[in-house]
Design a protein around this ligand. Structure first.
Ligand code: PMT
Length: 430
């Protein structure tokens, strides 16, 4: 999807990108209870529409006091339903039609009252009737006062809903609209949309543990300075988010970045290549898939000074000579034959500035991985720090597949589609 596009063109591209990946747009009903967090729902709907989905909204009578039905109609492009007994509304989309139309129902904000009515099967307004009638999965995003959240009645209602397979996101902790501080804030629209994707996504990696490395390692020169590179972590974090969406247990071994931990991912923070290597070796035995996306420094200072190096301590006008030693090659080490290697799929990356395919084919052979993802870092819109990437997928014995310029989330999905294919081929051979 191009960043310069807006409005319907962008939404159409979102839909086209999903179709192309065999992940069709889905039909989502968003129902809202009467809480202050309802003001964030137009943003949630916009995000879902941008991701290519069709969205219809329904409100409890109280919700309409916190969010304008017209705002929701504008962002969804669909009429908003509010009343069970309104002949006009019912004539347009019947409440059972709405329940049947849904492939996912998101309840946001889910107030204590709405959760209680769901848990006990009430159908006394449009929203609860749709929730009782639908056969689609349901995702709730609770939002309420801290004491209501902690109340045994709410806890029991949540247990009932969980036992029926209802999915939950949040609530977050922080300052609440009522003035209290603690758990009860509705999750941000981006997090709700993210969890919705994972509920809708086929669990192709369920039961699998995936190790991903991300970011640029930092090799200390002294307590203040370090040798590092331009990796932002965006590509590796996109892979971690996508693997979690597909049901995997994800361990993200991350060099320093400014990125938030993707939903459902366990992050292990490291700084240097040596720390990354030992974190990877601690985790690798339990992992069936390993993806080395980190930009690992090939060299580190032979010695890191324990105190700040000061120019005053050097001869006037003298330069500073650094001695660098090689870092271990983490990817080559985990891709080497032996142990559980044969049952593991190992993916490497290659950041190349010229002769991208030639250099990457040689790297694939040298490192011994099952798939190599080559990016042409001479492009301004690909590789380090960008939100998009243009990669070539290389597998031993197969021709290179060049992907178009795509958002890093889409690139991650294509890489994991290829990993799925490799796993499928392996299991049909054995
Ligand atoms: O983080 P972003 O800003 O989103 O940028 C993404 C990226 C450009 C960093 C990413 O797409 C990428 O290309 N990562 C690999 C960068 C790199 O270091 O490439 P390399 O050609 O130097 O290394 C090849 C492979 O060996 C990589 O899988 C690397 O993780 C691994 N390696 C390298 C050196 C080393 N000592 N140990 C390793 O495991």
């Amino acid at each position: 999807m191009r960043d310069d596009q807006t409005g319907p063109a962008r939404d159409r591209e979102g839909r086209a990108a999903r179709e192309e990946r065999g992940r069709p747009p889905r039909r989502i009903v968003v129902v809202s209870g009467g809480g202050i967090a309802a003001y964030k729902i137009p943003d949630l709907v916009r995000k879902l529409v941008r991701a290519g989905h069709s969205v219809r909204c329904a409100l409890t009578p109280a919700a309409a006091s916190f969010v304008s039905p017209l705002a929701l109609q504008t962002v969804s492009g669909e009429p908003v339903r509010q009343s069970l007994l309104d002949p006009g509304e019912e004539g347009q989309i019947g409440h059972i039609d709405l329940a049947d139309w849904a492939e996912l129902v998101i309840v946001a904000p889910a107030t204590a009252n709405l959760l209680a009515r769901m848990a006990h099967g009430l159908a006394d307004d449009l929203v609860t009737t749709v929730l009782l009638a639908t056969r689609a999965p349901v995702l709730v995003a609770p939002a309420m006062n801290l004491n209501m959240w902690d109340h045994p009645a709410t806890r029991q209602n949540l247990d009932i809903l969980r036992s029926r397979g209802v999915h939950m996101v949040g609530p977050d902790s922080g300052e609440l609209a009522c003035g209290w501080e603690g758990a009860g804030r509705m999750s941000e629209p981006a997090a709700i949309a993210e969890v919705a994707e994972s509920v809708l996504c086929p669990d192709t990696l369920a039961g699998e543990r995936v190790l991903i490395t991300a970011g640029g390692t930092r090799e200390a020169l002294d307590p203040v300075r370090a040798l590092t590179n331009r990796s932002s972590g965006k590509m590796g974090y996109a892979l971690a988010a996508e693997a979690a969406r597909r049901g995997a247990e994800v361990v993200l071994v991350s060099a320093p970045t400014n990125l938030p931990i993707p939903v459902g991912v366990r992050r292990v923070d490291v700084e240097s290549a040596l720390e990354m290597r030992s974190a990877v070796l601690d985790e690798i035995d339990a992992c069936g898939i390993a993806i080395c996306c980190a930009a690992v420094a090939d060299f580190r200072p032979a010695e890191a000074a324990s105190r700040k190096i000061k120019k005053e301590d050097l001869e006037p006008d003298a330069g500073l000579r650094l001695e660098l030693v090689r870092n271990p090659d983490i990817l080559a080490e985990i891709a080497a034959p032996g142990g559980e290697r044969a049952r593991r799929v190992v993916v490497g990356f290659a950041a190349e500035s010229h002769d991208v395919i030639g250099a990457s084919e040689r790297k694939l052979a040298r490192k011994g991985c099952d798939l190599l993802v080559a990016n042409d870092i001479s492009r301004r819109d690909a590789g380090f720090e960008t939100d998009t990437n243009a990669v070539i997928l290389l597998e031993p014995g197969a021709g290179p597949e060049e992907l178009p310029l795509l958002p890093k989330g889409e690139v991650a999905a294509r890489i994991l589609d290829r990993v799925d294919k490799i796993r499928g081929e392996r299991s049909s051979r054995s």
